[in-house]
Design a protein around this ligand. Structure first.
Ligand SMILES: Nc1ncnc2c1ncn2[C@@H]1O[C@H](COP(=O)(O)OP(=O)(O)OP(=O)(O)O)[C@@H](O)[C@H]1O
Ligand SMILES: Cc1cn([C@H]2C[C@H](O)[C@@H](COP(=O)(O)O)O2)c(=O)[nH]c1=O
Length: 205
């Protein structure tokens, strides 16, 4: 079963993932992330830091996703494991249309076409949602942030996320990221556990 965790920067994903490691340890999940699970992810970080052109950056994110699927996601699914990924394809569909706005026509359709035929759809996606100002104040001083991490960009990214969730309500679960850390983690852990138990009883479609 493939679970993904999504949300704007500062929504609490890393904090949540650290607690899920403890709460779900008995299920032996594979915890993974994008970017960063493969060496391609290092190139992505470099592209972000150097502010490379947005098309190069988008294609590197896609390459990282392909390598992630090939080296970790597909093998783990074939072994029947529970996988929990900190960011996945929806990050591309939420962030890159903002970055590519004005660079190419209809960036979301372009990104969807690039993913077609090889990406693996998550079974469930938890989207952490909070007011952008709260996320930005959680992120700390501006000079230490990546360029995505400002209120104007993150507002548009969050709007895109909410659009993705509205279009696919059977997959997305919207979670109030302003709730206390422990409440967020326990709610999501319980949902994942329930899903993992029921998926053991039926074969993957
Ligand atoms: N539910 C919460 N309530 C209050 N503060 C929180 C909550 N969850 C996380 N935080 C705090 O917010 C800050 C950002 O959290 P975290 O690093 O987990 O976010 P993130 O989504 O992983 O961000 P990024 O995508 O930039 O890595 C941290 O200081 C963390 O302690
Ligand atoms: C996967 C992915 C990520 N991004 C952005 C989102 C964040 O600002 C950074 C990743 O950093 P994190 O704090 O470690 O989550 O990259 C993106 O724009 N597109 C993507 O596909």
């Amino acid at each position: 079963m493939l679970i993904t965790i999504e949300g704007i920067d500062g929504s609490g994903k890393s904090t949540l993932l650290a607690r899920l490691r403890e709460l779900l340890a008995d299920l032996d999940p594979l915890f993974t992330r994008e970017p960063g699970a493969t060496w391609v992810g290092e190139s992505v970080r470099r592209a972000i830091a150097e502010r490379m052109d947005p098309i190069t950056e988008a294609l590197l994110f896609c390459a990282d996703h392909a390598a992630h699927i090939d080296t970790l996601i597909r093998p783990a699914l074939n072994e029947g494991r529970l996988i929990i990924s900190d960011r996945y394809a929806d990050s591309r569909f939420a962030y890159q249309p903002v970055v590519l706005d004005g660079v190419i026509p209809d960036p979301l359709s372009w990104l969807r076409r690039i993913h077609e035929g090889w990406t693996i759809r998550p079974d469930r996606t938890f989207l952490l949602v909070l007011p952008v100002d709260d996320a930005v104040s959680r992120l700390g001083p501006e000079k230490k942030r990546e360029y995505f991490e400002n209120a104007a960009i993150l507002s548009r990214v969050q709007e895109n996320y909410l659009g993705l969730a509205a279009a696919d309500p059977s997959r997305f679960v919207i979670v109030d990221a302003l709730l206390p850390r422990e409440e967020v983690a326990r709610f999501i852990a319980d949902e994942i556990r329930a899903g993992a138990l029921s998926s053991r009883r039926r074969p993957r479609a």
